[in-house]
Write a protein that binds this ligand. Structure first.
Ligand SMILES: [Zn+2]
Length: 141
C-alpha cells in the first residue's frame, strides 16, 4: 500500500496529522496537504500533556488509608517529581490534572493527612485550599 493510501486510511480513522506522520514516516505537512485536499477538518485536541498518565501510575503504590505513595523521583526539596519531555513536573500537579482535567492554580499539595501523598483525589490547588479554609476555618488550610 502506498504512503498516500495509508495516510488517507488513517485520516478517516480520525488520527491527527502528527500521529499519522509518525506512523507513515512522512512530514506532517504532507499529511496536512492531503487532509486539505480531501476536505477533512483538522482535529483539534486539547493540548496534550508532555507525559503519559501511565508514567504517573507506574510510579505510585497504594498505601494504608487509601493514600498513594510516590515510588518515583524526588527533587532536592523532597517533592515527588516526574521527568517529562518539558522537564520536571511535580507528581502533585500531574495528579491534580488527572483528577480535575484542568491546570491547577498556584501550588498543588496533598490535602490529606499523609505527607507527600500523590493520590489524585487528595491533592489540592490554591483556590481549593482557600475554599476549605473558608468553610472549615484556618486550621484546615
Ligand atoms: Zn492521601
Amino acid at each position: 500500500m502506498s504512503a498516500r493510501a495509508d495516510i488517507i486510511r488513517l485520516l478517516h480513522a480520525g488520527l491527527g496529522n502528527k500521529a499519522i506522520a509518525r506512523q507513515v514516516h512522512v512530514r506532517h505537512q504532507t499529511v496536512a496537504a492531503i487532509r486539505a485536499e480531501l476536505g477533512l477538518p483538522n482535529i483539534v485536541r486539547p493540548a496534550t500533556a508532555p507525559y503519559s498518565e501511565d508514567a504517573f501510575w507506574q510510579r505510585t503504590q497504594p498505601v494504608d488509608g487509601g493514600h498513594l505513595n510516590w515510588t518515583g523521583h524526588y527533587n532536592s526539596t523532597g517533592v515527588p517529581c516526574l521527568r517529562t519531555t518539558e522537564g520536571m513536573h511535580t507528581a502533585y500537579r500531574i495528579a491534580f490534572r488527572i483528577r480535575w482535567r484542568r491546570d491547577p492554580t498556584g501550588p498543588v499539595k496533598p490535602g490529606c493527612d499523609m505527607d507527600r501523598c500523590v493520590h489524585p483525589d487528595h491533592v489540592e490547588d490554591q483556590p481549593m485550599r482557600q475554599l476549605y479554609a473558608a468553610i472549615f476555618g484556618e486550621a484546615a488550610a
